[in-house]
Design a binder for this molecule. Structure first.
Ligand code: IMP
Length: 193
């Protein structure tokens, strides 16, 4: 069975991705399985750069083919930011609700309501040889935060041709359309072909 390292410490992501990989006879290892505690600084300007920093680091440490992901939201009324700083931007507010209010206000003020989520996955198979798989979901910022599922910015993001926020969709439904699942599907198609 082929081994593959997923460079992540996020338990939910690891569980979700391990489930998908079991079906394909690939043994997925996580940082925990290999007792790796250090992580490189994610100082890239793009999702692609940050994903590559992590997958190169994992490969160089273990010599096992390694992939890593990086994702976030880009909002038109914030000049398509926060992007790679999505987590920090949210954490800088006293609550998620305060952040949502701020985003909704700037969306209304600027009459610009477009947004998208993007995930980049980088797979490093040899020294300095990596492949990128991108997933993107287009949508708009809602007029108010709604829904109790999901995480992060889900309560204020309405996917294109839907009339509900991502947080109003069940996990299974979100996974059918999400930026992350698009990128993961591309990675798996590459690995099994
Ligand atoms: P990560 O790179 O996947 O850890 O994502 C970075 C940050 O982007 C998260 O902490 C969230 O704030 C935001 N984000 C990424 N994906 C999603 C999503 O599917 N829904 C809501 N927020 C997300």
């Amino acid at each position: 069975m082929r081994q593959l390292l997923f460079f992540s410490n996020n338990k939910n992501k690891i569980i979700e991705i391990k489930k998908i990989f079991n079906k394909f006879n690939l043994e997925l290892l996580s940082l925990n399985d290999l007792n790796i505690n250090e992580e490189p600084e994610e100082n890239g300007q793009t999702f692609e750069e940050n994903a590559k920093i992590k997958s190169d680091y994992g490969f160089n440490k273990t010599r096992i083919p390694c992939f890593a992901d990086d994702s976030g939201i880009c909002i038109e009324s914030l000049n398509w930011k926060p992007g790679v700083l999505s987590k920090r931007f949210l954490n800088n507010f006293k609550s998620n609700e305060a952040c949502f209010e701020n985003v909704i206000k700037s969306t209304k003020k600027n009459c610009e309501k477009n947004a998208y989520f993007k995930t980049s996955i980088s797979l490093t198979v040899k020294e300095s040889q990596n492949i990128i798989f991108n997933g993107k979901i287009d949508g708009t910022i809602s007029e108010q935060a709604k829904g109790r599922f999901g995480f992060g910015y889900d309560p204020i993001f309405i996917p294109k041709s839907y009339n509900k926020t991502l947080a109003e969709l069940r996990t299974k439904e979100k996974n059918e359309i999400s930026h992350r699942s698009i990128a993961v599907t591309k990675l798996i198609n590459f690995l099994i072909n």
